[in-house]
Design a protein around this ligand. Structure first.
Ligand SMILES: *[C@@H]1O[C@H](CO)[C@@H](O)[C@H](O)[C@H]1NC(C)=O
Ligand SMILES: *[C@@H]1O[C@H](CO)[C@@H](O)[C@H](O)[C@H]1NC(C)=O
Ligand SMILES: *[C@@H]1O[C@H](CO)[C@@H](O)[C@H](O)[C@H]1NC(C)=O
Ligand SMILES: *[C@@H]1O[C@H](CO)[C@@H](O)[C@H](O)[C@H]1NC(C)=O
Ligand SMILES: *[C@@H]1O[C@H](CO)[C@@H](O)[C@H](O)[C@H]1NC(C)=O
Length: 195
């Protein structure tokens, strides 16, 4: 019987993940102490926890992307800062091949707004935010800068915890990369507020 329900669950997950647009809601934890912000990521509604973004300070700031319900870590990132610009090295786990592959997220100099570049296994993306905008967009740099995802800070966030609406429509494996990029960008803005 358990196996039966599990199969239905796995089947439901596959159906969700194959639809061309994936929508998530990312909600910051209310209590964070001195740590960087951590998030619960729900899909498609608040009820279903799909990922957690967890952070820690060791030698450097690091984040982990944990997938639910298995609670497996499928992404790891360590961040550093060089002459005012952030960069992060990340590793992603492929559940099929059980192997890790690595990539890089780098903040580029931009006079107004933000421009980050993401490279992973011969794919390249950019993550752009226009000045004074709550919207950040992802673009596939190998495919004529096609938009492949976005996230937007909800206005209520200014009063309470940060809540983001996220939409991804690239390949499925890019979701994890974009979530790590989202977390790094959020960390960069938090750092700016408190230093
Ligand atoms: C973002 O940075 C990359 C790499 O420097 C550059 O190729 C791209 O044109 C920049 N995009 C914007 C919108 O500034
Ligand atoms: C990297 O890309 C190549 C070609 O697109 C693919 O065959 C390979 O499986 C990818 N590696 C990983 C770790 O995803
Ligand atoms: C790339 O985008 C430009 C401007 O949006 C367009 O003129 C051009 O046809 C596109 N090229 C391809 C190969 O899609
Ligand atoms: C993804 O959605 C954006 C609009 O949010 C659209 O411009 C883009 O063409 C879509 N990309 C794909 C690969 O479907
Ligand atoms: C895992 O690797 C396989 C084989 O390279 C590839 O087909 C698949 O798309 C990868 N999955 C993810 C989620 O990266």
């Amino acid at each position: 019987m358990k196996t039966f329900y599990l199969s239905i669950f796995v089947f439901a997950l596959i159906v969700i993940s194959q639809s061309s647009v994936r929508k998530y809601i990312a909600e910051e934890d209310y209590f964070r102490g001195f740590k960087a912000r951590e998030f619960s990521i729900y899909c498609p509604e608040r009820k279903t926890l799909h990922y957690r973004i967890e952070s820690s300070w060791s030698y450097r700031y690091s984040i982990r992307l944990v997938v639910y319900p298995s609670k497996k870590t499928i992404g790891k990132l360590t961040a550093s800062k060089k002459s005012k610009l952030f960069q992060g090295n990340f590793k992603l786990r492929n559940e099929t091949t059980k192997s890790w592959s690595s990539g890089k997220i780098e903040q580029q100099h931009r006079r107004f707004g933000q421009n980050w570049t993401i490279s992973w296994n011969e794919t390249k993306f950019s993550m752009l935010t226009e000045p004074a905008s709550f919207l950040t967009t992802f673009h596939d740099l190998e495919a004529n800068q096609t938009a492949v995802g976005k996230f937007r800070l909800r206005l209520q966030s200014l009063l309470w915890v940060n809540v983001y609406d996220i939409e991804f429509n690239g390949t499925h494996e890019s979701d994890s990369i974009f979530l790590l990029s989202f977390a790094l960008k959020d960390h960069a803005s938090q750092w700016k507020e408190t230093h």
